[in-house]
Structures are given as structure tokens and as C-alpha cells.
Design a protein around this ligand. Structure first.
Ligand SMILES: NC(=O)C1=CN([C@@H]2O[C@H](COP(=O)(O)OP(=O)(O)OC[C@H]3O[C@@H](n4cnc5c(N)ncnc54)[C@H](OP(=O)(O)O)[C@@H]3O)[C@@H](O)[C@H]2O)C=CC1
Ligand SMILES: CC(C)(CO)C(=O)C(=O)O
Length: 308
């Protein structure tokens, strides 16, 4: 299977790098200093699961330069989804697949504006990773899992082929027959973690150890469940507690990707995270005060520090 990874940052650089290290044919679409570094020195991944150095990787500036892929993995920030979808539109032929590993419950709707539904595979990624410096990915903790699957279909040869590649690379995978549900399940946890770590400007450890902040984290996740249920996505009330227990298994120093963006003065994915919860809740006449508070407090930073 030939794979083109668009966005070689925390998610794309890590998972693409692991696949390339296992011998899978991977091309990376990157930009700026990161692209230059990858072209000159390859890609490094520093990970508690073992460091990787790929001295030579295929790194290009545009998906058209790596268009003969069976699978395109989208791993740019949500701000860039639409631009990438437009770049991909003329390149897709036959059953070439597009798999977004981005966060949130709206990414595939954005892709669908440009890409036929039959080309889209649903997916979700669990990892804490970021670009440490151009050409270098830092993986924090040991979490590294992908769930993916066809929408409305049990499985497919292309999903099975990708699962095989992930298995070769030692990536934990779940080939899901209900990927829409898995995306919402991740959304519950993600909105809690991204909202609280950014709001309190801290990693998960001190937040979950403080009763007030822990309660706030739980409430944030409960609100997502209320919205999900109102939209017909079945998540039981106890699921927030379940996810809170999951956060207890994470390393103390784990941030969220949005907290890292906040620290680095970059744009925040807030509009698709707590922002989306508030928007959906408003249209359903539901109160989501915890998520509203997160949105109110972080909105001044949403376009990055330079615009604050
Ligand atoms: N980081 C994490 O731990 C996790 C992140 N996610 C989600 O995954 C998605 C990606 O996040 P993350 O990996 O953190 O993002 P990063 O910012 O680390 O990486 C994205 C990379 O893509 C580049 N890029 C953007 N647009 C293009 C383009 N058109 N062509 C080529 N390169 C491009 C960016 O460049 P530039 O910097 O110049 O914009 C950047 O280098 C997000 O939706 C995030 O929420 C999900 C799970 C975990
Ligand atoms: C919560 C986490 C770390 C889990 O993968 C994540 O998706 C993110 O911070 O973007």
C-alpha cells in the first residue's frame, strides 16, 4: 500500500514515520522549515517506545507530487482542512482513500465538500506528539493508537490493507465497524482534555488532582454527551466518568495539542472543539456552561498570540 501523509507534524510525522520505518512506502507533504529539514536530514522521532531516525524520507511540498497513493492521510490542523481537501480533489481516482486523523466531529464533513464520500474512510488518533524542531517529532507518553473504518460498512480491503501496515509498524489499531461512534467517543475525552489543559494552562496531572478542576473536566465531558444524545449519538451518561478514569491512566505531564498550540502562540482548534459543542448546543437549546466558559476565556487567543 502506497501512503501519502499530508501534514508531517505530531500526528502525521509520528504515524507516517513509524510506517516508513517498517518499510511501508510513505511520502510526506510538508512545508516551511520542517519540509526543508526533512529533505536535507530526514525525519527523527523521539519516543519512549524507541527513537527512530529515517535519514532519507520522501518529502514534498504539494500532494500532486505524491499523487499515486492508495491512501492519503490528512494530518494538518483543522484550520487547513479545506485547503488540503481542495488540493486533493483533482488527484483522486478510483478508490484511492482519504483518512483524516484530525480531531473533532466535523472534519469529514469538511472533506466531503470536495471529496466523494466513497473515497473517505473515518478515523481517529490517540497520541500526544508535536514537532520539537524542524525534522524532529516528540512523542510524549506511550499512547499511540489509531481507530478507523468505513462509514456504513463493516470493513473493506483498503482498511484491512492499512491495518496490516499499522501492524507491521507496531501501531495499536482498531478496525471499527462503527467509526462515527468512535469519533464521537474520542470527542468527549478530547473536548475535556483540550479545554481544561488550555483554560488552566496546565498538564493533565495537576488538573485531575484538584477537586474543583476535576469536577469541571467531568462537567465539560458530560456536556458533550448531552449534546451527542440530543443529536442522536448514543453515549450513556456514565461514559464521562469512564473517560475521567481513562485520563487517570495518562502521564501527569501530558498536555493536549491545543495547549501546545496555545503555548506556542499558534491558532487554536477551539472552533471545532468546545466551540463546536457550544454551537451545536445553541442550535438544540441546551445549556453547556463549562464549554461556554472555555470558549469565552480562550477566544482572545484563537487566532494565535500575534493577533491577541
Ligand atoms: N498532536 C497530537 O498529539 C494530536 C493531534 N490530533 C489532531 O491531528 C491534527 C494535526 O495535529 P498536529 O499533528 O498536532 O499538527 P501539527 O501542527 O503538529 O502538524 C501539522 C503540520 O502540517 C503542516 N501543514 C499545514 N497545512 C499544510 C499543507 N497544505 N501542506 C503541507 N503541510 C501543511 C503544518 O505546517 P505549519 O506549521 O506551517 O502550519 C504542520 O507542520 C489536528 O486536528 C489535531 O487536533 C489528534 C490527536 C493527537
Ligand atoms: C487528547 C489527545 C492528546 C489524545 O490523543 C489529543 O488528541 C490532542 O491533544 O489533540
Amino acid at each position: 500500500m502506497k501512503i501519502t501523509v499530508i501534514g508531517a507534524g505530531g500526528v502525521g510525522g509520528y504515524f507516517g514515520g513509524k510506517l516508513a520505518a517498517a518499510g511501508v512506502d510513505v511520502s510526506f507533504v510538508a512545508r516551511g522549515a520542517h519540509l526543508q529539514a526533512m529533505q536535507q536530514h530526514g525525519l527523527k522521532i523521539n519516543s519512549p517506545l524507541g527513537n527512530i531516525w529515517l535519514p532519507e524520507v520522501k518529502a514534498v511540498a504539494h500532494p500532486a507530487e505524491a499523487a499515486d497513493a492508495d491512501l492519503f492521510i490528512v494530518a494538518v490542523k483543522l484550520w487547513d482542512t479545506e485547503a488540503v481537501a481542495a488540493q486533493l480533489q483533482p488527484l483522486l481516482s478510483g478508490d484511492a482513500a482519504v483518512l483524516s486523523l484530525q480531531n473533532g466531529v466535523q472534519k469529514d464533513e469538511i472533506l466531503q465538500r470536495y471529496i466523494p464520500m466513497q473515497n473517505i474512510i473515518g478515523g481517529v488518533s490517540y497520541i500526544a506528539a508535536s514537532i520539537a524542531e524542524p525534522g524532529v517529532i516528540h512523542h510524549g507518553g506511550k499512547l499511540q493508537k489509531l481507530a478507523f473504518g468505513e462509514y456504513g460498512q463493516e470493513t473493506s480491503a483498503r482498511c484491512e490493507a492499512f491495518q496490516h501496515c499499522c501492524q507491521l509498524a507496531g501501531i495499536e489499531t482498531e478496525l471499527s465497524d462503527d467509526i462515527a461512534q468512535r469519533i464521537w467517543e474520542k470527542f468527549v475525552f478530547l473536548v475535556g482534555l483540550s479545554g481544561t489543559t488550555s483554560l488552566f494552562r496546565n498538564t493533565i496531572g495537576p488538573i485531575r488532582q484538584n477537586k474543583e478542576k476535576r469536577d469541571f473536566l467531568l462537567q465539560t465531558m458530560q456536556e458533550v454527551i448531552t449534546v451527542a444524545n440530543a443529536k442522536g449519538v448514543p453515549l450513556h451518561e456514565g461514559f464521562a466518568e469512564h473517560r475521567l478514569k481513562f485520563t487517570d491512566t495518562l502521564p501527569d505531564d501530558m498536555p493536549s495539542s491545543m495547549k501546545i498550540d496555545l503555548d506556542r502562540g499558534k491558532r487554536l482548534e477551539l472552533p471545532w472543539l468546545s466551540g463546536a459543542v457550544v454551537e451545536m448546543a445553541n442550535s438544540l437549546n441546551i445549556a453547556v456552561p463549562a464549554n461556554q466558559h472555555i470558549v469565552d476565556e480562550l477566544t482572545p487567543w484563537v487566532m494565535g498570540a500575534a493577533n491577541h
